[in-house]
Design a protein around this ligand. Structure first.
Ligand SMILES: NC(=O)c1ccc[n+]([C@@H]2O[C@H](COP(=O)([O-])OP(=O)(O)OC[C@H]3O[C@@H](n4cnc5c(N)ncnc54)[C@H](OP(=O)(O)O)[C@@H]3O)[C@@H](O)[C@H]2O)c1
Length: 307
């Protein structure tokens, strides 16, 4: 299948831009998610260094050279590894680069993921991110709540108030939330300003449709994680057929669909490969006609029926 990779190489504003609410931070809508840059050790995913560190550095440098100025990361990717590679590849950082990190989890020695939401754990996580990224202040920090896929009903006043306190101290500039419900956002807004929401959403999993509209009305960015399906990349006959009809790849269609879905959606597709990065960035020049969008709606209906 034809990839639109070469058409995009020197485009400097992939996907248009969006200013994070209450900030002076304009970010290009086509960003990059750095989680895939960490390694894997047997069953332990997002763990340890990658096999090809120069390759990981090349991905980051090419992303930024191609106009990406929004990189999503966390110090629990690796742990520490992804942030250290970002620093190695890009520090001193370009003026316009916005690095968004997240806190609220820690890794067990067996690669497991645990909540880390006490006041001290949040403070330590912010300092770990500052040190490993080589920054004096973190531009945006997401508090990670919920499970891997869906929000959970749980208290979060302590970790969020701690982040707000770190913001007052100047160590954090802006705060976002991950894996939350609209109700949790409203509760959080009573504590501090929220500039972005990072939840699971893609062409097949559209549980946040209404939430995205509400956030758009408030000017809050919606940043879907697993835009390509995450650890199990999207596979669908409908997606393949649409991709063939518009002479693109299925992953490009999945990303173009998100860009067209709502103006407050910012993309952070993850990849460890320069080839896939180019393919993904090129999706920002792909326009999907209305009949194609209707075809893609069938993927979500089929996914709903399967669950
Ligand atoms: N807030 C949260 O709780 C949370 C959770 C998960 C992720 N995130 C963030 O969201 C970002 C995006 O999620 P993600 O990286 O897990 O998943 P994703 O972007 O949906 O998909 C990444 C997977 O797709 C593959 N891929 C990427 N481009 C491709 C292409 N053009 N063709 C074929 N395969 C391709 C990657 O493999 P290759 O490396 O081989 O390209 C990787 O296996 C992460 O990097 C992370 O920053 C946040």
């Amino acid at each position: 299948m034809k990839s639109r990779g070469n058409e995009m190489r020197d485009k400097k504003n992939p996907g248009g831009s969006f200013v994070l609410v209450g900030t002076s931070l304009p970010v290009n809508r086509m960003g990059y998610g750095a989680m895939q840059l960490a390694g894997q050790d047997g069953d332990k995913r997002v763990w340890g260094p990658p096999r090809d560190i120069p390759g990981a550095i090349a991905v980051l440098r090419e992303a930024v050279a191609s106009g990406v100025n929004h990189i999503d990361t966390s110090d629990f990717y690796g742990p520490h590894v992804t942030n250290q590679i970002i620093k190695q590849a890009l520090h001193p950082y370009p003026e316009d680069l916005v690095i968004v990190t997240k806190v609220g989890a820690r890794r067990g020695a067996d690669g497991s993921w645990h909540h880390a939401r006490s006041r001290q754990e949040i403070i330590d996580a912010v300092h770990d991110n500052l040190r490993n990224l080589g920054l004096d202040a973190l531009q945006v920090v997401n508090l990670r709540l919920g499970g891997f896929a869906a929000p959970e009903d749980e208290p979060f006043e302590e970790p969020l108030s701690t982040l707000a306190e770190l913001k007052r101290q100047g160590l954090v500039q802006h705060i976002g939330l991950s894996t939350v419900s609209p109700q949790q956002l409203a509760e959080a807004q009573a504590i501090t300003e929220i500039v972005c929401i990072q939840n699971l959403y893609n062409v097949a999993q559209r549980g946040d449709d209404r939430f995205i509209e509400d956030l758009a009305a408030q000017g809050i960015a919606y940043v879907p994680y697993f835009p390509l399906g995450g650890f199990s990349p999207l596979q669908s006959a409908e997606l393949n057929a649409v991709a063939a009809s518009v002479q693109a790849t299925p992953m490009q269609v999945a990303l173009a669909w998100l860009l067209q879905r709502a103006p407050n959606i910012l993309l952070i597709p993850g990849t460890s490969s320069v080839g896939h990065l180019r393919e993904n960035l090129a999706a920002s020049t792909l326009e999907l006609p209305p009949d194609t969008i209707a075809e893609l709606d069938r993927i979500a209906s089929a996914a709903r029926r399967a669950t």
